[in-house]
Design a protein around this ligand. Structure first.
Ligand code: NDP
Length: 448
């Protein structure tokens, strides 16, 4: 590659040739490059230094074997990963995902998104992501513990409070963080904030469990404000029923909206009366303690359950995809638009396929991309790091106020870089605003 590239197809050909067979990574880079390349054309210093080519190449990728013994004494083998994607503006920061679908493509897409997301928060954090194809579903606590200990026995040598600070993601919640951090502390014989999402008794931050969902709702409220609307009385679809979905639902209820769906990988429930505080408590116990299926909600509260389906055909005002990548296809996007949905705020990472994002853009609805809308989680992880370094704990009110301010600032940045003729392209705004800060740091470092 001799010439400086400015054309999207040319750039994607280059990227796909360098990283073949990684469709999710290609998708994430395409969505960003489409918005950033025209900006780079007007800023030749970035093109000359080949910043986008450099930013799409991870600083390093660590892959390792994780061997552990199940409860029957059988030897099990999984693969562990940590993608340290870009450390230009701070220690690598991003979650660990434990799910059978995990592969390098998915972790590179997540790590790449994380660079720009972390930059948007305004906090000094680089981008990274990791995980394993281990499936915690159906495993005993003892098996999950042995897996986590084995995983950390390799990962610990690559991370550190000033190097790389992992957190949770799909399949990695409070239980897994406890086992992982416990093993880290034991191996290093030191207590540092090298992981976030920790329990409150050992260095965790108040509001961290709530932060991604709450932040997403705050972001949606900011988007609505630009059209003179509020959340009050709006009918909302939420997908997933894990961490992000639960706290999105909690904040939506709190602000007067009506949530009518939740889902898991087996199907979705539709409760036209709306999920109340009491019903949400049932979901939290079901998912976080009993590790059951969302169908039990329908059995308990006598509403409809749709096995094997996603909620996007249900009429709504607002949609909060909070399960996984590519859960809204072009067909789903059409159904949402036809049924009157005018805001989609992504709690999950890249839940909308490329084709579906185009439909939302054409329809000019309020479309908040994950790197902006779900940045509240990593922002509060950043504040957990701050509290750990200062060896103090902020109150719930202090942290929630900071979360709200950060989400407002992210929204302002989107408006600054994404608005033309009264319409805000939040995808463009988030991508360019996130890119500029990292790009400027990379320029300052020279050729490294
Ligand atoms: P959880 O593991 O707590 O919950 C995930 C939920 O999504 C579960 O209901 C799960 O159902 C469902 N799900 C997972 N994979 C699939 C799939 N392939 N098809 C259908 N449903 C699926 O994860 P989180 O809530 O933490 O994460 C959800 C999303 O939010 C992810 O995209 C994550 O990257 C993103 N995110 C999370 C942050 C956080 O702070 N936790 C921060 C920013 C983004 P089942 O139990 O049946 O698998």
């Amino acid at each position: 590659m001799e010439a400086v590239m400015s054309d999207l197809d040319m750039f994607m050909n280059y990227l796909e040739a360098r990283s073949p067979g990684e469709p999710e990574f290609h998708q994430a880079v395409r969505e960003v490059s489409e918005k950033v390349l025209p900006y780079i054309e007007t800023h030749p210093e970035y093109a000359r230094a080949r910043i986008l080519e450099r930013m799409t190449e991870p600083d390093r990728v660590i892959m390792f074997r994780v061997t552990w013994e199940d409860d029957e004494g059988n030897v099990q083998i999984n693969r562990g990963y940590r993608v340290q994607f870009n450390g230009a503006i701070g220690p690598y920061k991003g979650g660990l995902r434990f799910h059978p679908s995990v592969n390098l493509s998915i972790l590179k897409f997540l790590g790449f998104e994380q660079i720009l997301k972390n930059s948007l928060t305004g906090l000094p954090m680089g981008g990274g992501k990791g995980g394993s194809d281990f499936d915690p579903k159906g495993k005993s606590d003892a098996e999950v513990m042995r897996f986590c200990q084995s995983f950390m026995s390799e990962l610990f040598r690559h991370i550190g409070k000033n190097v790389d600070v992992p957190a949770g993601d799909i399949g990695v919640g409070a239980r897994e963080i406890g086992y992982l951090f416990g093993q880290y502390r034991r191996l290093k014989n030191e207590f540092t904030g090298t992981m976030t999402g920790k329990g409150l008794s050992y260095g965790g931050s108040l509001i961290r469990p709530e932060a991604t969902g709450y932040g997403n709702v705050y972001f949606a409220a900011e988007m609505l404000k630009t059209r003179g609307k509020t959340l009050d009385g709006k009918t909302c679809l939420v997908s997933g029923s894990g961490n992000v979905a639960q706290y999105t639902t909690e904040k939506l209820i709190h602000l007067g909206a009506k949530v009518v769906t939740l889902s898991d990988s087996s199907g979705f429930i539709y409760d036209p009366d709306g999920i109340t505080r009491e019903k949400l408590d049932f979901v939290m116990d079901l998912k976080n303690n009993r590790r059951g299926r969302i169908k039990e909600y329908a059995d308990k509260f006598g509403c409809a359950y749709y096995p094997g389906e996603k909620p996007w055909n249900v009429p709504c005002d607002l949609a909060f995809p909070s399960a996984t990548q590519n859960e809204i296809t072009a067909g789903d996007a059409r159904a949402l638009l036809e049924n009157g949905c005018y805001l989609v705020s992504e709690g999950a990472n890249m839940p909308t396929t490329y084709e579906a994002t185009k439909l939302f853009e054409e329809a000019r609805i309020l479309f908040g991309p994950g790197k902006a809308a779900n940045a509240g989680g990593v922002a509060i992880s950043g504040l957990e790091m701050t509290q750990n370094s200062m060896r103090l704990t902020w109150t719930r009110e202090q942290v929630e106020e900071k979360l709200q301010e950060i989400m407002q600032r992210i929204h302002e940045q989107c408006l600054e870089y994404g608005s033309t003729n009264g319409y805000c392209d939040y995808v463009k705004g988030a991508n360019i605003a996130g890119f500029v800060k990292v790009a400027d740091a990379m320029l300052a470092y020279g050729v490294v």
